[in-house]
Design a protein around this ligand. Structure first.
Ligand code: PMV
Length: 336
């Protein structure tokens, strides 16, 4: 953990903490093309391998923090007031920034435009937005690397939403932009379930690290994939990038399959969609698919293939589809 946030946990709450009246921050989700699955350093949230992602535009989190006249902190997630364990979990995170935050007269609203905890990276947008909003609200001075460290303490992948374009999060903890996506890149999200997953990715990846006999191989191969992908992104060699993405996806899901207990996020339908994309590719449709800690599938393609792909998906019975474009990065929308 960064010394700064560690110190924060230890310090005695001071009176007269600086606070803005109201801030609003928006952050997009990011989808990994090269996957992060497992922490080498649990405390500092450092991954075993580099990972690479892209933010997407229409699924994002808005965090609003505002001062109240009196009373204690209230935290609303998607308009529901958090209580009990759920509140405690988020408080634990926010104490990195203000140890006495629960006793402060503040209201926080965190709202996702996409489904929450359904393998659509809602935690990546949520924690990048929350960390930036808290630092802004409490008028902290911070560097980009400190923001990265704070964000990933909430959810590792969230630090990749702090930059736009193709972004790499390295084993050392650095977050860097590799390249801009082509303008006509599109991502179709095949929505198979909006239900919340039964096991968090945080817990599931820990089980993978500890029990999968395949984990070392994943680390070795996934690191090579990320190096190759970073190179292929420089000129946007879509075929290379897409095939590497599918390989990284398969490696991560093999770890899940060989974990004990077995972690099962994809469904039969997820694999049907993955195979349909491969079939269409053989017929000349530039498209590559990935899935994460949930059943929903994301298809990377070019704009001119979107219509054809949607028709093919619908004719197989997959009608809940969203078309997304590359997004921006976490940003402060207003601060007063
Ligand atoms: O950052 P977490 O704990 O939500 O884990 C994210 C893991 C995956 O989404 C499955 C892969 C990734 O690299 O985003």
């Amino acid at each position: 953990m960064d010394e700064r946030w560690r110190k924060c946990l230890g310090h005695v709450p001071t009176r007269g903490v600086k606070m803005k009246k109201k801030v609003q921050v928006r952050s997009p989700i990011n989808i990994a093309l090269c996957k992060y699955w497992g922490k080498k350093d649990e405390e500092n949230v450092l991954p075993y391998t580099d990972s690479i992602s892209l933010t997407l535009d229409s699924f994002y989190t808005d965090v609003i923090i505002e001062r109240k006249e009196y009373g204690n902190l209230e935290f609303y997630l998607n308009e529901v007031l958090l209580e009990g364990n759920k509140k405690e979990q988020i408080l634990e995170y926010m104490r990195y920034i203000e140890p006495d935050i629960e006793n402060m007269p503040i209201r926080i609203f965190s709202k996702n435009t996409g489904p929450t905890a359904a393998g659509l990276a809602s935690s990546s947008s949520a924690f990048s937005a929350l960390s930036l909003a808290l630092l802004t609200f409490f008028e902290k001075t911070y560097s980009f690397d400190e923001l990265v460290e704070l964000s990933r303490l909430g959810s590792g992948s969230s630090c990749r939403s702090l930059l736009d374009g193709f972004v790499r999060w390295t084993r050392k903890g650095l977050v860097e932009k590799l390249a801009n996506p082509p303008k006509d890149l599109s991502v179709i999200v095949v929505m198979l379930s909006k239900k919340q997953k039964r096991i968090s990715s945080r817990d599931a990846m820990k089980i993978g690290v500890e029990t999968s006999p395949y984990y070392d191989e994943y680390v070795m191969k996934n690191q090579l994939i990320s190096d190759e992908m970073a190179h292929a992104l420089k000129t946007f060699d879509f075929e290379k990038v897409g095939l590497l993405m599918e390989e990284s996806t398969a490696l991560m899901h093999k770890v899940m399959d060989t974990s004990s207990p077995r972690v099962m996020y994809p469904t039969k339908d997820s694999y049907l969609v993955m195979n349909l994309v491969k079939d269409l590719r053989r017929k000349g449709v530039t498209s590559y698919a990935t899935m994460d800690a949930g059943p929903n599938v994301k298809i990377f393609t070019y704009e001119n293939h979107v219509e054809g792909l949607m028709e093919a998906l619908k004719s197989e019975g997959f009608s809940s589809l969203e078309v997304l474009k590359p997004g921006g990065k976490a940003r402060v929308i207003s601060s007063e």
